[in-house]
Structures are given as C-alpha cells and as structure tokens.
Design a protein around this ligand. Structure first.
Ligand SMILES: [Ca+2]
Ligand SMILES: [Ca+2]
Length: 111
C-alpha cells in the first residue's frame, strides 16, 4: 500500500460518511469480481433469437404493422408459407398458431 493510499484511508476513518462510501465502493468491487468469476454460469442469449420482434402482428419484423404483415399471416394461415419462430413470436393473440383470426386482428389494427 502506498503512502497516498494510507493517507486517504486515514482521512476516511475520521469521517463516517466517507467510510460508508468507501465500504460501498469496496462492496461493489467485490461483487463485480465475484460476478466475473462466476460468469461461466451465465447462459448466453443466442443471437439468432435477438432479431425477433416483440410487436404483435409485425410478421416481417420491420417494426410496424402494415398490410404486408396481414398478407404474410394470411399466407401462413392458408398453408402457402410455413410458420417460422419469428412468425410465432409476432402472433397477435399469442396462441402460437397463425390463423385467419390473426389476419383479421392485424387488419383491424391498420385503421
Ligand atoms: Ca411489419
Ligand atoms: Ca394466433
């Protein structure tokens, strides 16, 4: 420990408020270090899922609900297109299927 650190610690010991701040910083530092050491336990988010929309009815994930989304939903509902995970994520009523009911929901939202 350097002389500077020793002097700083002496000043902090005289002032309870500063001691609390130093203790808080030390606790954060320890928590961060422990977090780094245990980071192997964290399960990463797969980037393939990161671009999925959370906007209901936005079947093409462009950030807005338009007639193109209704057309995509209709193609799926009628069996002309296969449903992807992205489509399932944009399912307007959340029942994990794209049906004519979903198409109508999208169309009603276009007003
Ligand atoms: Ca869209
Ligand atoms: Ca649905």
């Amino acid at each position: 420990m350097t002389l500077l650190h020793t002097n700083i610690l002496k000043k902090f010991q005289k002032n309870d408020r500063l001691t609390m701040i130093v203790s808080g910083c030390a606790a954060l530092s320890i928590a961060f270090t422990v977090g780094l050491k245990t980071s192997n336990d964290v399960h990463p988010i797969h980037l393939t899922n990161a671009d999925f929309t959370s906007l209901a009815g936005d079947m093409n994930s462009d950030g807005v609900v338009t007639k193109d989304d209704a057309i995509r939903a209709l193609e799926i509902a009628l069996g002309y297109e296969d449903m992807t995970d992205r489509d399932r994520n944009a399912d307007p009523n959340g029942d994990m299927r794209i049906t004519v009911e979903d198409v109508l929901t999208i169309l009603k939202s276009l007003r």
